[in-house]
Design a protein around this ligand. Sequence first.
Ligand code: AMP
Ligand code: ZN
Length: 136
Amino acid sequence: MKKDDCIFCKIANGEIPSNTLYEDESFRVILDVGPATKGHALILPREHFANLYELPEDWCQKAFLLAKRMAARMTERLGCDGFNLLQNNGEVAGQTVHHFHVHLIPRYKDDGQELEMKKSSPSQEELAKVREEICG
Ligand code: AMP
Ligand code: ZN
């Protein structure tokens, strides 16, 4: 289903123009208007799902397969040196548009972009506690 007040629903369904790289009956892939690097693109489902939690599993499979294919094609055409897939869920995780999307981010040697995480150094006990919380 589409959502009337959702900009990505409108873009995905062609009601608002975009720089489209690919489209099929389920998805549209567009260039991001605020690219982190040259070629930064977004995979948008044509139906409205707010985030990964709402995305049905069959859509998830198709989205990831499309991400792989787009990454291969963009790498070949753009000559990038690496690639990030990024997918934010919830404001705390950096999601600003609440229509599921996958970021396709070509990376270039010396592109100056910083997507790296700040890492921590938990003890073995702390890691085991987290594992128990998730799996126990
Ligand atoms: P996120 O922060 O993961 O929700 O990502 C939203 C992304 O959408 C950002 O990278 C924005 O630059 C991009 N964006 C927002 N509006 C548009 C638009 N009208 N067309 C293309 N990209 C957009
Ligand atoms: Zn939407």
